[in-house]
Design a protein around this ligand. Sequence first.
Ligand code: HEM
Length: 170
Amino acid sequence: MIKAIIAAVIAGFAFGAFAGDSTVTQGKTISAGKFTFAYSSDGANLIASVSAPVAGWIAVGFNPTSVMKQANMIVGYMNGTTGVVVDQYGDGMFSHKPDTALGGKNDIILSSVTRDKGTTTMTFTIPLDSGDKYDSKLIAGENVKLIFAAGKTDDIAKKHSMKATATIKL
Ligand code: HEM
């Protein structure tokens, strides 16, 4: 199930709705600690999945300046049997809020959260450049700093039990 979702993200733009777009990039998968991150882009959007062996919330942040500060965060959790994914922003080194609570927008185009035998997977599509000041502009060919975190429960107000960082080239 998880492998299938990740494979779908990687294959996504090559064979999916955006096939034929000359700016399609081939999907890539990286590991950071116990997190697996798969991503591809069609030149306008990033389509990604993040997965970790936790039965709780899971998040990825783009381009923090320090710890979590100024990161564009995508945070997912299960509300009962429904997956919820929220566009957030690191408004301090150790604090983050929904973009909408700061006067910004929720720019997530598509998203899902699934849980299978103690592993949680979030998938999402976001614009590379949403225009929202609470999102980080992602530029093809440039390095992007990533932070990952996950919690033991679905309470996103509770601190992570697992975290990692990585750098990717889009
Ligand atoms: C639930 C709210 C959160 C709280 C209260 C919180 C708190 C903290 C604190 C106090 C630290 C300092 C180091 C430590 O004590 O482990 C930290 C580090 C970190 N947090 Fe969070 N955090 C939260 C959510 C998040 C989210 C959503 C992400 C990812 C998108 C994240 C990613 C990280 C990373 C990667 C570090 C380590 C940074 C480094 O080593 O440079 N945190 N967090």
